[in-house]
Design a protein around this ligand. Structure first.
Ligand code: ADP
Ligand code: AMP
Length: 212
């Protein structure tokens, strides 16, 4: 398996928004554990049944469940050229497990202040057809209620994108996920990006990193 890239940062930092550009530049498919878990909840699978309560409360799904999911995902043929992980790993045990099964060449950490995160998440919505990520204020559709990228007219808001749950998700991030930043830094893999700029500016910083 070729090396993978990790997109790292708090919920709402802009990982999903920037992922498309990295996929295009590198050809590495995006693997979002959040999207995989939401699909499982919608389908009502055993995984979804286990994950649902954790996701609703803003806590993390147990490591063994997530590690099992990733182990299955990297067996797919499209993983051979490496993957773009979005929202994984989120704990040191997850990162240690990843180290055993797939090489990582770069960790891109997007930094955004907590107050901006709440504002970003509470205004987030996505196209129900193609998953394009929008924001009421910062990234509205160019034509009202029509998806810029696929022309879809149905949009979704996540149940866990409420202010109360965002605060719980931020606590989980600070307590369990942020220690990973120095863990990856000590391995010489970390690249920090200031995410407090426009979507295009952040995208350009990421492109510069990838093309270096
Ligand atoms: P994550 O995948 O890290 O949870 P998203 O990419 O879904 O975050 O972004 C969260 C929300 O913030 C979305 O509504 C998105 O449109 C918006 N957003 C993303 N990047 C920026 C930015 N640089 N400036 C303002 N809003 C942004
Ligand atoms: P996200 O879409 O990345 O914001 O994730 C939504 C929710 O899914 C999180 O709040 C967690 O409950 C769960 N989740 C997603 N990825 C992970 C992970 N790597 N480890 C644990 N829980 C996760």
């Amino acid at each position: 398996m070729d090396s993978s890239i990790v997109l790292f940062g708090p919920p709402g930092a802009g990982k999903g928004t920037q992922a498309g550009r990295i996929v295009q530049a590198t050809g590495k498919p995006q693997v979002s554990t959040g999207d995989m878990l939401r699909a499982a909840v919608e389908e009502g699978t055993e995984l979804g049944r286990i994950a649902k309560g954790y996701m609703e409360s803003g806590g993390l799904v147990p490591d063994e469940v997530i590690i099992g999911l990733i182990k299955e995902r990297i067996k797919q043929p499209d993983a051979s050229g490496g993957l773009l992980f979005d929202g994984f790993p989120r704990t040191i045990p997850q990162a240690e497990a990843l180290e055993e099964i797939a090489p990582v060449s770069m960790v891109i950490a997007i930094h955004v202040e907590d107050e901006s995160i709440v504002e970003r998440i509470c205004g987030r919505f996505t196209c129900a057809s193609c998953g394009e990520v929008y924001h009421d204020v910062f990234r509205p559709c160019k034509i009202d209620s029509i998806c810029d990228s696929c022309g879809g007219i149905e949009f979704k808001r996540r149940a866990d994108d409420s202010e109360q749950t965002v605060r719980a998700r931020l606590s989980a991030y600070h307590e369990q996920t942020s220690p990973l930043e120095s863990w990856y830094e000590s391995k010489g893999l970390l690249q920090r990006i200031d995410g407090n700029h426009s979507i295009d500016q952040v995208g350009n910083s990421i492109s510069n990193l990838i093309n270096e």
